[in-house]
Write a protein that binds this ligand. Sequence first.
Ligand SMILES: [Zn+2]
Length: 264
Amino acid sequence: MWGWLRRLAGTPRDIPDALWQATLTDYPFLATGLPAEQQRLRELSAGFLANKEFHGAQGLVITDAMAVAIAAQACLPVLYFGAGRQPLDWYDDFVGIVVHPDEVLAQREVMDEDGVVHHYDEVLAGEAMQGGPVMLSWQDVAAASSERGYNVVIHEFVHKLDLRDGQPDGCPPLPAGFLGISSARQARDHWLATLQAGFEDFREQVIRAERFGAPPPWLDPYGAEAIDEFFAVASEAYFVNRPQFAQDFVALLPLFDAFYRPGA
Ligand SMILES: [Zn+2]
């Protein structure tokens, strides 16, 4: 418990072999890259752990294994975002990662068009907001599934990428010359149009399943809620089950490859 991690004190140190190997065994999609890519993920994860502070909520004790598992999954989306510590800059708007044992009931309120405030509860497996800590439910982290394309850590950290430009709109900041498109505006339009088409297909599939008993999609139907949720849910699938993602989201594959693997 906190043994190795507590001694880090801001200085990245190699993640011990046994700890790293155990993480790859528990989350096999982390081990699909080439040996050099796996080594890079391990280094970035160590840098991430040195920068971030984990807090266990409701008495949850964060073990080294839990922290390394979260770090490695958080670093996977930014693995190719530059040399050295550059990828970690994408997460420099926050320090804290709050881990709850289970899902969290959040009290929400919305004001309708007549100015009446409605209160409701929302069950959260995780939450990310700009400039704030990332919240995760450990039970949901541990329920990661390549078969179902489910991964709450990737989901929340992809929200962080999306929020990097201040807007939860499903479009992260795109690099100059993205997909050979010279203008940043056009690149963004292309991204949003492609994602929107995928989102609408997915939403149709969820509606057909819920209303008419059609086979449900293999991904979390929460992705049908809004385009930024679809981006996060589709990214989960991209990272944990690329073959299935490539088959089902033909138009999204080149888009995500260009963003997550620039120069590949
Ligand atoms: Zn979400």
